[in-house]
Design a protein around this ligand. Structure first.
Ligand SMILES: [Ca+2]
Length: 232
């Protein structure tokens, strides 16, 4: 029988093993949550990119790949509903009507900048929708809480299982600039995921507090087989 300390050491070894050897993904169900241990700085522009692989058949969970809640706004930044994708900035919504649950890995990027309220949605490296006037001249506040998988209605809480993400997700990155199309295309075509490193949010397992039945697996975002490393 292992002691609690031995299990803790084993946990650390396994987590380090996943992190250092190969890029990881999270397999999330309605109970899963990955809460970032850090926060974001104030932002007047950003790019968020991630890989997602979800069942195209709606199974009762809209899905929030990423939510950022502050004390002033629980929808300060929110990517919501993988079946009819919505972008929230400072509580204001763009309804794209795009489905990003397509039964395979898809690369998704969302861009925004304050000065014109420019926003854009890229899938698999291609700009499929954009516009202006989204929360123009506003600033995204610092100090909030980032959840991968749960839609926050308060800082770090207020979850609703109907809004939870039931999907595989990997290589989430947040940049403090609006990335140019060539850089986004490079990310979407990088099967290693090594380019997928945001300057203000990086995909590092030890930076996440996992809860619920969140599986940590080696990712293979370009569709080859992956191997289970550890079940949480
Ligand atoms: Ca919310």
């Amino acid at each position: 029988m292992k002691t609690l300390r031995q299990w803790n050491i084993l946990f650390i070894i396994l987590v380090h093993g996943v992190q250092s050897s190969r890029p990881f993904m999270l397999r999330m169900d309605a109970s899963s949550n990955a809460l970032y241990k850090g926060t974001l700085p104030t932002l007047d522009e950003f790019t968020i990119c991630l890989w997602i692989n979800a069942n195209s058949t709606y199974q009762g969970h809209a899905g929030a790949p990423l939510s950022y809640a502050t004390w002033n706004s629980d929808n300060e930044l929110l990517l919501y509903d993988i079946y009819s994708f919505k972008i929230f900035v400072k509580g204001t919504t763009i309804e794209t009507n795009e489905c990003i649950a397509v039964d395979r890995w898809i690369h998704v990027c969302v861009l925004w900048r304050s000065d014109t309220g420019y926003w854009a949605l890229y899938t698999d490296g291609t700009n499929i929708l954009d516009g202006t006037g989204l929360s123009t001249n506003l600033i995204v506040d610092s100090g909030g809480s980032i959840s991968i998988g749960q839609e926050q209605d308060s800082v770090g809480g207020g979850f609703d299982t109907k809004q939870a993400l039931v999907a595989d997700i990997a290589h989430v990155g947040i940049w403090s600039t609006t990335m140019d199309p060539a850089a986004i295309s490079n990310l979407a075509n990088d099967c290693s995921g090594k380019l997928q490193e945001g300057d203000i949010f990086k995909w590092v397992l030890l930076d996440l507090n996992l809860s619920g039945t969140t599986e940590v697996l080696n990712s293979d975002i370009c569709g080859r087989r992956f191997h289970s490393i550890w079940l949480y």
